[in-house]
Each structure stands twice: as C-alpha cells, then as structure tokens.
Ligand binder design. Sequence first.
Ligand SMILES: *Cc1c(COP(=O)(O)O)cnc(C)c1O
Length: 397
Amino acid sequence: MSTNAPQSASLPALLGGPPVRPAGPPRWPEDAPDVRESVERALRDGSWASYHGPNSEALSAALRQEFQVQHAGLFASGTAAVEMGLRGLRVGSGDEVLMSAYDFKGNFQDVLALDATPVLVDVLPGRWMIDTERIAEGISDRTKVLLVSHLHGELLDMPALRQLADRHGLAILEDACQVPGAVIAGRRAGAWGDAAALSFGGSKLLSAGRGGALLTDREDVVQRVRLHTQRGNDAYPLSELQAAALIPQLARLGADNARRAASVRALVEQGQAVCAGLPSTSSGPHAGNTAYYKLGLTVDRDVWSDLPAELVARAVQAEGFALHSAFRGLHRVHSQRRFRAVGDLSEASQADANTLVLHHPLLKEGPEATRRLLVALEKIQRHADTIRAACAKNPAS
Ligand SMILES: *Cc1c(COP(=O)(O)O)cnc(C)c1O
C-alpha cells in the first residue's frame, strides 16, 4: 500500500511503531540532592549507627507538625503501621473489621494476622471509595474498627465517615499511605482517624525504600502499641538512615504535591475527549487538595472498543509510560472462608477489572510530559481494534 510508511510511523509501539516516549518512564527515585545531603550528614555525624537518634526524633516531630497530631510512631513499613493501628485499637481474635472490598491486600492480611475477620463493603459506582451508605449493613456486635483507605488520588468523605463511626461506637483506622499531604475539610488526610497509617515504601511519595508511620492522638493506642513492640528493643523499627532520607522529602511535600496536582488538572482538562475515565477528583468537592501517588484511570469498555484494561496497560507501557493494573478485588483473590461480604460487591468487581494506575514521577515533570501521555492514549484508542485482534491471534506477544 502506498500509505504504508506514514501508517507504520503512527502505529502503536506494541505493534511495532515508534514509542511516544522512547526513553521510557522518568527515573525513580529521582536524583534528590537534598536527600543525599541529609543522608551524608547522618553518615558524617555518626547518627546513622544509633538505634534511636536525632533523625527519627526530627522526622517524628515534623510528622506531628505536618499532620497536626499528638503522636507519630515510626515503623518498618506501612503494613506494619496498619497492623499496629489495629492492635492499638484493640482488634483481636474473633473481632470484625469493616473495610472496602477494593483495597490494598496487606490491609486484609493484617486483619487476618490478628485472627480477626474482614467484612468487605462495596465501593461507590465507578470510584475507588468505600460506599459509606452500605457500611452500616455490615456492623455486628463483633465489629471493632472501620479501616478506610484513600486510593488513587480520591479522598474519602471523612466527616461523614466520622459521624457514622461515632454513631455506631466504632473506631476508624485511616489508611493515608497514598495521599500524604492531602487536605479534607480543612484537616490533613491521616488526622481524621482514631489512628492512621502512612507508608514510606519504595514507590511512594515519601520514600525510604521501606518504612511507615502510625499517627494518633490517643494515648491508649500508643500504650498498647508500645506494649506490643517493646521487646528490650523496638521490634519493627525505622532506621536513622531512613529517617534522614525522609526529612527533606517531607519538607517539600506540599510543593511537590502542588506540582503533581497541576499536571493532573491539565491532563483531565485536555484529556476528557479521549480518556473518559480520568479521575473526577480534580473537579470534585476536594479539588486541588489531594495527593497523587498512583493516579487512577477507569478503562471504560465502550470508550476503548472492548480492549481489556490489561491490554491497554501493556500498550501504554510499550509507549514508554508507567501505567499498570491496580489492586485486585479482595473478594476475587481470597477464599470466601476468610471474609464476610456485604452484598454482591459488584462495583468492586468492576474496579478490579477496569482500573489502571499511573505512577507519580511523570506528574512532577510537568505539562509537556502529561501531554505526551495523552498522545499515547489517543494513539492506542485509535488502534484499539487492531491491538485486540493482534493480541487475540498471538496472546504471548
Ligand atoms: C503502599 C500502601 C500500604 C503500605 O505498604 P508498605 O509497602 O507496607 O509500606 C498500605 N496501604 C495502601 C493503600 C498502600 O498503597
């Protein structure tokens, strides 16, 4: 065909065309002179070798200040922080914990680790947020805690959840691992729960490779956690070096979040036509106040000519972007003996099938980088039929 050359030049990279972003996703972790300097200082002054020293003290103080809470305990991971939160709120054998059926796997496993039972509640249609209206149906006389997570840049309606929990005498454990720095109704996400978890894992907005924190105002929670973790020494610690790496990141979190939010606003404004399914957060009641760790995108089968989400992700990755499948529905991957379900969890099944997430480093690069992402999405959408046919014929490719 005479049109062969221009056509192949516009082909998706998955089908042999040139990628939109040949260099691939931005480097992560980014080169951060402030982190390097802080870690080098800890190496020079010897604090790196302490069990507990000035860096952990400073990080804990900065977290208390940033989140306006009384206590910020440092732990080895976000998962450990969630487990400590559950313990601190007195979850034990035979108790029930209400949580979303679409959530981080570790949260489910933390509940099981305490010999308690997760009670799974559906998400709102087309969203990644627990359906507040359906929570009450799951309450029994064994319910202790409502464990709720802010996911993919969406923020939960914490005033409504707080009211509901108070009405039923439940404690809230708030998972703010994905949204450090976000503000809900004038208060930080993470300051609404009876206790809240942060993660400093290797891909997170505040990263030390590993790590986490438990925030709380409740003395009884701190005491119970201390009883569990103090075994001559701290059983699930964050190190001085990790704390040193985190201090400068926390100091610039607000500026970094603002930059990422501006990119998401541009992406949503320019991208509505091609990617129906971009998140509604930036136009919602919490506009401009959230944080983006992994930006969620819903693959609407109508818009994408029935191209499965997993194939959309593969095609976008081939173009040089870090877009991946997100969480599995907990009810889809765990034996039904492990949990109790409220209703059929059909919306969580939709979220399981149709959610993709974009890793945050691209958002810090600015408008040109996100414009290129739209170019890639448009290209793949234009060729959705061809991609589906090619991959159906040759699924291994
Ligand atoms: C990352 C994450 C955690 C904790 O992860 P760790 O790797 O254990 O620090 C918990 N909840 C959510 C929603 C997360 O995204």
